[in-house]
Design a protein around this ligand. Sequence first.
Ligand code: XIL
Length: 326
Amino acid sequence: MSAGAGAPAGLRDLARARGLDLGAAVAPAPLREEPEYAACLAREFSLATTENALKMEPLRPEPGRWSFAGADTIVDFAAAHDMKVRGHTLVWHQQVPEWVSKAPASELEPILSAHIETVAGRYRGRIAIWDVVNEAVTDDGSPRDTLWLRGLGPDYLATAFRRAHQADAGARLFYNDYGAEGLNPKSEAVYHLLRDLLDAAVPVHGVGLQMHVPVQGHPRPDDVAANMARLAGLGLEIHITEMDVRLPLPVTEEALAAQARVYGDLLQVCLDCPACTALIQWGVSDRHSWVPHFFEGTGAALILDEAYRPKPAYRALVRILGKATR
Ligand code: XIL
């Protein structure tokens, strides 16, 4: 579907008029195989995050073998459709190939440095934004005990950001985490971590708030606003990077309405914070969402349904973008 005369504008145009990128996590298989997936992605979104394709395990299944085809599909599609790409993610403790998780600790520094250099270097100028480090803090605010911390010591975050900057000096480099959206010990720790990195002149430019939330029990919008304000005060850019609002199954009209309010309230928080420049949902539609696989008994967490039809949450975003002042 092309955006020719008379075609309804997608969300991306409404969002861009407000200085906001609307994004989705993208998988290469449906992008290649489902015309509707590709059409919907190009119409509604101005940013694509690589959902799994650039994680170390799918990218490097064996030593010496690189599997860039999936990421290339996403990056090429984005370039052809005037979309930005968020590369996800250079350093994470999950989806690590066995040959890396079993490597002696002394080999981890060279493995990680070469990884960052190769991946960020390969996509220099094509992937504008990187989640450099993902989920390095635990819920109580302590450093997460991972192979990277054990192998490289606490400086591994600074090292990773410096390597990424060396590989692509033009890329925007983010720290990304979940459960640190509102005000709690974890978001406090993330704030201090980022402040310390900036004090040490480490090239970190932004923070990703994942926002995988249940429709009941999501962070309070006022708390997210306060957290964003303090992060913005550090000079950081802010993205809502992985939003989904999961519903108990089967879905009811009431639940869809409540979900729409959560999406709307959090979009409003982002629009009210000048540093918040992107809202990304974790999947293109309910047809390709990780939620039903990971949170048993829940689903329908995105703004488009399994047939790519707009849900009440989509209409809430349209309404709020339409009356936004920024
Ligand atoms: C998820 C993917 O969506 C799944 O397909 C995969 O099986 C597991 O990872 N936080 C992150 C993402 O940073 O990388 C995760 O993505 C979801 C939670």
